[in-house]
Design a binder for this molecule. Sequence first.
Ligand SMILES: NC(=O)c1ccc[n+]([C@@H]2O[C@H](COP(=O)([O-])OP(=O)(O)OC[C@H]3O[C@@H](n4cnc5c(N)ncnc54)[C@H](O)[C@@H]3O)[C@@H](O)[C@H]2O)c1
Length: 434
Amino acid sequence: MIGSGYVGLVSGACFADFGHDVICVDNDAAKVAALTRDEIPIYEPDLDRLVAANAGAGRLRFTTDLATPVAQADAVFIAVGTPSRRGDGHADLSHVYAAARQIAAALSGFTVVITKSTVPVGTSDEVERIIREARPDADFAVASNPEFLREGAAIRDFKHPDRIVVGTSDERAKAVMAEIYRPLYLNQAPIVYTSRRTAELIKYAANAFLATKITFINEIAELAEKVGADVQEIARGIGLDNRIGGKFLHAGPGFGGSCFPKDVRALIKTAQDHGAPLRIVEAVDLVNDARKRGMARKVAAALGGNLRGRTIAVLGLTFKPNTDDMREAPSIPLITALHDMGATVRAYDPAGMEQAKGVLPDVIYGDGPYQAAQGADALVIVTEWEQFRALDLDRLKTIMKQPVVIDLRNIYRPDDMAKHGFAYSSVGRWNGGN
Ligand SMILES: NC(=O)c1ccc[n+]([C@@H]2O[C@H](COP(=O)([O-])OP(=O)(O)OC[C@H]3O[C@@H](n4cnc5c(N)ncnc54)[C@H](O)[C@@H]3O)[C@@H](O)[C@H]2O)c1
């Protein structure tokens, strides 16, 4: 497993748990040293237990040395990062191609090289070309096996996937992939065998569709606020229709995270490059960006329009609960805009503060939700961590300067908040509208 981040580490640990011998490689020596000491460099529920159990059983090892394990392996997964390239939004494939060159030099015996990273259509062809050019003698096949796990529920998603997508036309590669995923197949997880290019595009189409669904309900939320309707009831009313489905219909501050924003932008770029622009996805990207920036105006509106000299408490910084991942989190443009408007920001997040300090250095970080709320003119709920769902509202009211709550995840009820004496605004709900 080349790359031991969110995807590589979870996949490696789960494959080891299936009984395979797994070696996780990473070129970040500090990460590998931590993993060797059984320390997990990311926050992911249950991952520590899974890693410790399989490392203890000798099925899971960590190293910075790529060559030795690749030479021994039947299958080599590339699970390195594919962030947005600066300037044009295309996926930055430098890590993937660097890994391919290193793998090429080390190959020995028939090996399946698998792109698990999310990569634009045609990347696996290029990985094959790079390896073939460096090692005309090598016996290998390149397959695409995109990953669909969600951070925060990564182990469950990996072990109980809705589907496994395998893109290859090579029969030997197909047999190796079937063997690797056999435990899941026995569990009835459908395996979709297809071409490499189709597999690559399935991943982007899936993420773009989900991002569209979120953005759609966010725009409906805006309209609901204006016309006196309730977006949560709308989501239920449409989501009960099986053709629509209830998931990904939670209105909020706009999507963020390590995948959706960069994948949406990369797909837009691929489509433009091929003369088949995806107008709907382009709109999703624009609407979502504007929405994230617009959340600060919602906070300002709750305080009469002017934030200069005000103190705002922010609960939740990560892009979703149960992760420490801050990549493209909606909290970043929100807090930046609050600062621009002259506010002081205090914040608390159960897992994301270490990562947040790198991107949001001017925030005053608290030890808990009440410490963050102390003396604040308004409290903004940005990420719906479990521990924010049942705050002691009476205590909150006594410690805040003013009882003003802006709930960007709709985790409280407008009538409850009113009963406790809060000026409360939320997303897409008339009662809480401002
Ligand atoms: N995070 C998710 O929820 C998720 C879900 C599905 C798919 N993906 C995709 O999976 C890929 C990996 O994402 P991630 O979140 O795990 O990224 P990450 O940044 O957490 O991990 C990538 C790791 O690869 C290592 N690396 C980079 N180049 C290397 C090299 N040449 N040799 C060895 N190690 C190298 C880095 O040090 C890092 O530890 C991306 O393409 C992403 O889009 C991510």
